[in-house]
Design a protein around this ligand. Sequence first.
Ligand code: ZN
Length: 455
Amino acid sequence: MELNWREIDRWIFGEAWTGSQIGDHVEVLCEQIGPRWASSEGERQAVEYLREQFAQAGLADAALEEFALDTWAYNRAEATVEDMEIDLLPYNRCPPCDLEARIVNAGYGTEHEIDRVRGQLKGSIAVMYLALEPFATPSPPNVRLEALCDAGAVALVAIDPKDGRRVEYHNGGDWREPETAELPIPAVTTSREHGALLQKWASEGQRLKLVVESRFYQAPAHNVVASIPGARWPGKRLMLGGHHDTVYGAPGGNDNASGTIAVLETARVLAGLKSALGVEPGMSLCFATYSAEEQIFQGSSEYVRQHCGEKPRLAINLDELSTGSIKGVVLAFGHLRDLVQAQFDAMGDGLKCHVMSQLDATSDHFPFLREGIDAAHLWRWRFSGRHADSNYHHEPADTADKLNVRELKEYVGQLARLLLRLSHVAPEEWPENPMTKEAVEERLAAERGTVVRVF
Ligand SMILES: [Zn+2]
């Protein structure tokens, strides 16, 4: 097949821009449906909508894939000192509690801060800054939480670094080791302002009453899948995915209607290219929106189990694309760097392919890379260029307006160009993937306890 890239690129960018359905999708997902906690009614509506949209775009095999999700819900979380109610959100998967105990100010929860109050921690509710201690070796919050628990604290109130009494949902554990995701003691987050009050009250010997009513249970959740078969090597696959679920109570404009819609739009543009210019991908292109990224990547983990017995050549994950404009791709492993960079060079827009020195468990690329699959996320802000709006993370203000429509159109155009080019690189020209699950486990063990470098 002789491909006229000039004509193809012109059509792709024209369609990504003027044919865009981003505005409609963001309105439905963030405003009509709203929060999409995996297994909730909101998620169910979202997956029906997404499947229908893939089908309308011409991806005839669009389907929902159900799996049993280990999930959690809470209906009440309150903290009071005397009669004053404190700003509060429970951590995701916070166990239920009903307790009253002395407040202890544990500073940043690092070793020397714990030593300072060790005698008072037994049976107490510890208050700890979530932020990293300035100038000290970075210590992940879950390591500090474990240390407080070992010193006898019965609950944690973490102080959110945001200001203006804003609080976001946080997770326990380090998802590079998913078994650490369960909290050893109840943990909640308070605002910076109420954190300062709690620290003052701690010095006065005050007590805090903390009630969390929550439960753990199993419920059905759904990934959405669809594909465009390859015309030359249909058995070889490239993957584009992003999660459609949100944290509790957040409409998820940036996190992650942006990535979900980019998956859908990229699929729509590439399916349209076939009808408009007769151009098809060489390898098959598989698209997915994942459930439960916010619940320990259970949706993408299920996808990997179901579909990746034979490894796809590359799986690209889209998450929080409105954090910054597109700058390139970040691979987990190095061997595809030159091949991806060669496509970017041919595209001529200065996009870059980088390789991350640490294995990154902040989104749905992790279940892929854990299996030794070539996985990537997009370079959009790390080290520079982060949009201020993306600070409205994991909270109700991550609304539709936090999604940057024009930037997302460019993401769609560039992703369509990249995927189509990669799909036409003959399978024998791809470097062998030497990564095994065992090699990944070794790397994870070596990197345990480190803070992943993002700035
Ligand atoms: Zn996300």
